[in-house]
Design a binder for this molecule. Structure first.
Ligand SMILES: *Cc1c(COP(=O)(O)O)cnc(C)c1O
Length: 379
């Protein structure tokens, strides 16, 4: 590939579809352009004729989809002259905000719930040099505090209430459409604050609006060759959101007081994009459903074991929920389904190791005969 076409991140890639202009200084780390992997073994075990793809967002620079939104949010904050960003976080937003703030040379303040954040995410926020405030409370309380403090303090909120976050995140839908040549029939996501499901709907809707029309210059990267221009059918997927039973406000019809789940990334009782998500549900003809923690962990393990894809617990809610809805026919045979794997499994090694007590692991002497014996025993 010629040097000028080198991939430098989603803002450059989709410049014409994003709120930037030619001389905006972009704060980027090569985010986006994540693999859309077609599952081979899980569909067979379901005994149903469906095409399941996973969008592996865990391969973003800080290991979650939050980077898509953060490159836009921090780019805009810096463009406006801001010297600091702030967020409440269940972990991944803090990791991402910290990284992009470091890249921009500004300060990141992050509020996290004490003791309820996965180890990898905490390590990231520390390494990137964020100012970390562990609160004796949960995400929802942190979010309220952040909104209040940002009213007067000179800091920019980079939670998904910041509209630039959703603008960046919508590009995941663009990538999927470009790769499939059309929108999928169903798109399944884990839902916490519901920013991501909202962002995907924005992305799909923008593509549907441009398809069929003459698009002369869809993006800088491909100078008019953009596949939005031709291949897109104009259809949008049915959007399906899955929550953990212990923190499922969309299933309860209102805020949940004390949200709890092993999937800490979606341990949220008072979603910030509540109304937008209901609109997505209605416009797309989709639904919300819930999974027990045990089902979430089972799906996480299955995806690792059967497909070689390690996502974090929250992410597995999408594939676990999709598998159930394929089995029961709510997602019909013949469908193309995309599940977003929101974050990398390495984020939360403790939860992974906890559920692998039966891992195939033996301790042996450092001797050839012992190794040979172990191989024979395990064949
Ligand atoms: C943030 C996050 C979610 C939830 O996304 P929302 O936009 O808050 O609904 C799900 N999974 C992971 C890994 C996350 O980091």
């Amino acid at each position: 590939m010629p040097f000028r076409d080198r991939y430098t991140g989603l803002v450059n890639r989709y410049r014409d579809h994003l709120p930037v202009n030619d001389d905006t200084r972009i704060i980027g780390l090569g985010e986006g352009n994540t693999p859309l992997i077609r599952l081979k073994n899980i569909p067979r075990t379901l005994g149903k004729d469906v095409d399941i793809y996973v969008k592996y967002e865990g391969l973003n620079p800080t290991g979650s989809f939050k980077d898509r939104g953060m490159t836009m949010a921090v780019t805009h904050a810096v463009d406006e002259g801001s010297n600091a960003v702030i967020c409440a976080s269940t972990g991944n937003t803090s990791a991402s905000a910290a990284a992009y703030a470091a890249r921009a040379g500004i300060t990141a303040f992050v509020l996290i719930p004490e003791g309820k954040i996965a180890m990898g995410k905490l390590a990231q926020a520390m390494m990137y040099g964020a100012v970390i405030m562990q609160i004796r409370g949960n995400f929802d309380q942190g979010m309220e505090l952040v909104k209040q403090v940002a009213e007067t303090a000179p800091v920019t909120i980079v939670n998904s209430v910041n509209p630039y976050r959703l603008q960046g995140q919508k590009t995941a839908a663009f990538e999927i459409i470009e790769e499939l040549g059309r929108a999928p029939d169903y798109h399944c996501l884990p839902v916490g604050n519901a920013g991501n499901i909202t962002a995907h709907w924005i992305g799909y809707s923008e593509c549907a609006a441009t398809s069929g029309k003459e698009v002369t210059r869809a993006c800088n990267f491909c100078s008019g060759q953009c596949r939005f221009a031709g291949a897109v059918t104009g259809s949008r997927p049915v959007m399906v959101g899955y929550q953990a039973s212990g923190s499922a406000p969309f299933l309860r019809g209102g805020p949940v007081e004390d949200p709890d789940t092993v999937a800490t990334a979606i341990r949220i009782g008072n979603p910030q994009s509540w109304q937008q998500a209901w609109t997505v549900q209605e416009e797309s003809g989709g639904w919300f459903d819930e999974l027990e923690d045990s089902e979430i962990l089972q799906a996480q393990k299955l995806l690792s074991e059967k497909e070689g894809i390690f996502c974090e617990p929250a992410s597995a809610a999408s594939i676990g929920g999709a598998m159930r809805d394929i089995r029961n026919g709510r997602i019909p045979e013949g469908s193309t389904v995309v599940c977003t794997l929101t974050g990398n499994g390495l984020k939360d090694p403790d939860t992974a190791i906890d559920q692998c007590r039966d891992a195939r692991m033996v301790t042996i002497d450092a001797e050839l005969t012992s190794v040979k014996k172990a191989i024979l025993d395990e064949m």
